[in-house]
Design a protein around this ligand. Structure first.
Ligand SMILES: Cc1cc2nc3c(=O)[nH]c(=O)nc-3n(C[C@H](O)[C@H](O)[C@H](O)COP(=O)(O)OP(=O)(O)OC[C@H]3O[C@@H](n4cnc5c(N)ncnc54)[C@H](O)[C@@H]3O)c2cc1C
Length: 398
């Protein structure tokens, strides 16, 4: 009889690829299923992230554009944050994901592209024991000791097992052009808010290299019903504010995607199952930043799987470390979720007040806000600079 493979991973986004790499590195027998025909394509993300994290994850620097300056505000009032060193980065996500897939394959992972996982297989005790997938018209059944669900917004296991708390009632919907841009500083990212350009969301300009940038708009559903693509086209044809100084803008690719902005599922582990990344609601909802948590928790899922498999018990108790860490992150995210909900309803006057507050904060404070890092020491530093924030913070936590 064939030995049972160790791990089946659903989804070849950053969560699944990180899990596959780490699991293969730990000597596990890994199968990864991706329904698209190409890893990293179509692009569904803008790739904004942080250099320190990418270094920690061993992503080669040739796959990202380093950023030193951030601009945040409305079209007529903004604040600038200048960093002494390259701090943020814009990932060439297609290359990063392909790189991770190639490294995983090199370490022994079987990558199955064009393979759609249709079902999570359960035994009579409702423990997860494998997956059923389709490639073309052929059905594949794969038993595995652990299934790691990294299926993104689709979140197939959480949906099937009834773990979603909110059935994705609220989500971010974004579109962006990757474009030739005649005049752009490749070391500066820009984020703009305001009911005129991005009601309930924001506009981003993320440079990838000289004369190449991703310009996009995200809105929150169902708070807003407007089409982000129509807003984006209007922005590029009207060229309000700073967009008027960019010279020719000529799109070469259109990307779109959705991201959950709801509380995490009630559990992210079950007997034989770990849920990771967007499928587990792990993205930071303030700016919809999910690549960093997806990789972090993908790595952790692999380590916890390796521990459980070695122990010979893949039950929920052996997966506790993952559940605990994910809960801690979800608690942080729950504050960010409340903040996101408030910001989605901001009027232009509210934004002017928020920008006035941001003008009192340091580069580091702004970074911590972007990362939704609400640790006590960070918050204390901010309250001493802007005491009125304390009241807002208390209201947010109520
Ligand atoms: C417009 C937009 C812009 C964004 N910008 C940023 C940003 O700048 N920075 C940032 O950090 N994050 C950003 N995000 C969020 C980020 O893209 C996600 O949080 C991140 O991709 C989550 O990774 P994941 O691996 O969990 O899911 P995904 O990246 O969604 O990957 C899931 C994978 O699973 C596959 N899949 C799904 N169902 C099945 C199935 N049944 N069988 C097989 N395969 C399946 C999908 O095809 C996909 O490849 C953005 C999101 C959007 C929508």
């Amino acid at each position: 009889m064939e030995p049972e493979p160790d791990v089946a991973i659903i989804g070849g986004g950053p969560a699944g690829l990180a899990a596959a790499n780490r699991a293969a590195e730990l000597g596990l027998d890994v199968n990864l299923f991706e329904k698209q025909y190409e890893i990293g394509s179509p692009v569904k993300t803008s790739g904004g992230s942080y250099i320190s994290d990418m270094r920690k994850f061993k992503i080669p620097s040739k796959y990202y554009n380093p950023i030193r300056k951030g601009i945040f505000g409305t079209l007529n009032n903004h604040v600038e944050f200048n960093y002494r060193t390259d701090t943020l980065c814009i990932l060439d996500t297609r290359s990063v994901y392909q790189y991770l897939a190639l490294r995983a394959a090199e370490k022994g992972c079987n990558v199955h592209i064009g393979t759609n996982v249709r079902e999570i297989l359960l035994d009579k005790n409702k423990a997860v024991v494998g997956v059923k997938a389709n490639k073309a018209n052929k059905e594949i059944r794969l038993a595995s000791k652990i299934v790691i669900d990294c299926s993104g917004f689709a979140s197939i296991s959480a949906r099937k097992l009834g773990l979603l708390l909110a059935k994705n009632a609220r989500f971010g919907s974004g579109v962006e052009y990757e474009a030739y841009v005649e005049k752009i500083d490749k070391r500066t990212i820009m984020l703009f808010v305001g009911t005129d350009i991005a009601p309930t969301g924001y506009v981003w300009v993320f440079p990838l290299s000289d004369n190449k940038a991703r310009i996009g708009i995200g809105v929150t559903r169902p708070d807003s019903k407007v089409s982000p693509l129509l807003l984006l086209d209007k922005l590029i044809s009207d060229r309000p504010g700073i967009f008027g100084d960019m010279g020719k803008i000529s799109p070469v690719e259109l990307h779109s995607g959705v991201i959950p902005i709801e509380p995490a599922p009630s559990r992210v582990t079950m007997d034989g199952l770990i849920i990771v990344g967007d499928a587990a609601g792990q993205a930071n909802p303030i700016v919809g930043e999910g690549i960093r948590p997806a990789i972090k928790f993908g790595n952790l899922a692999a380590e916890v799987s390796s521990y459980a498999i070695e122990k010979g018990d893949v039950g929920i108790r052996s997966l506790q470390r993952y559940e605990k860490e994910a809960k801690r992150a979800a608690n942080y995210n729950s504050i960010a979720l409340k903040l996101q909900r408030r910001m989605a309803g901001y009027s232009d006057k509210d934004w002017q007040r928020a920008i006035a507050i941001l003008k009192n904060l340091s580069e580091k404070d702004f970074l911590n806000l972007l990362r939704a890092d609400f640790s006590k020491s960070n918050m204390f530093r901010m309250f001493t600079k802007v005491p009125s924030l304390l009241l807002k913070w208390d209201r947010l936590q109520a």
